[in-house]
Design a protein around this ligand. Structure first.
Ligand code: CA
Length: 225
């Protein structure tokens, strides 16, 4: 669970500070946003693993933000936990209808919220172990199995892990440095070209499904339908 990024969108700094503190204690990277504008500016550059969203913000309605995220192809897979005041029973229902993954009623215990974050992420990772791309490429990231047009393909661990990294954020461009860092956690000094070699082999094995792996010139690689 360590190293997962959680965005906290909450204008009340006492609350967001306390939540951030407890998340960090549990090994999360917590980033606080006091306004929806800052949040959206940041979101464009980095997609978090989860968003904690207060419904009452000075510059936006949290429900609208939730609705927007859950309707956007880029953001809909980010789990959202909404924070709501006790009286807002209808907000809670509406939030869940709009696709929020859970809600916590104020006042709440930060520990309970952290427990909810963990539970939502656990549920989310189980639901998302099987990924289908373009209807022909199916990847089971838990069983380390991959099928192209129902035919099982054998990949090396490194090839599979590269595919898994690319799949973790579809449409997202990963630089060679980033892929190396995620593969070996900066432990191995491997030159950039190694990634190109692995990806070349990976593409050959994928056959027809190789079209989903795209080389973004001068930057890196991404997976896209
Ligand atoms: Ca608020």
């Amino acid at each position: 669970m360590n190293g997962k990024t959680v965005y906290i969108v909450e204008d009340e700094q006492d609350i967001s500070g306390l939540v951030a503190l407890h998340l960090r204690k549990s090994g999360f990277i917590a980033i606080e946003f006091q306004s929806s504008q800052n949040f959206f500016n940041f979101l464009k550059n980095q997609i978090p693993d989860l968003v904690i969203l207060d419904l009452m913000l000075p510059d936006a309605d949290g429900l609208e933000i939730c609705k927007y995220l859950k309707a956007s192809p880029d953001y809909q897979s980010i789990p959202v936990i909404i924070l709501t005041a006790r009286s807002d029973e209808s907000d809670k229902i509406l939030g869940l209808e709009l696709g929020a993954d859970d809600y916590v009623t104020k006042p709440f215990s930060p520990r309970e919220l952290v427990a909810r974050v963990k539970s939502v992420l656990r549920r989310h990772s189980v639901e998302h172990t099987i990924v289908s791309i373009g209807g022909i490429l199916v990847v089971d990231t838990q069983k380390y199995e991959i099928h192209v047009k129902n035919k099982k393909i054998h990949l090396t661990t490194t090839e599979f892990n590269i595919l898994k990294i690319l799949l973790s954020k579809k449409g997202w461009v990963f630089s060679r440095e980033k892929i190396l860092e995620l593969l070996w956690h900066g432990e191995k000094a491997v030159i950039d070209r190694t990634i190109d070699v692995h990806i070349k082999k990976l593409r050959e094995k994928l056959g027809e499904a190789d079209k989903f792996i795209k080389n973004v010139r001068g930057i890196g690689y991404k997976i896209e339908e």
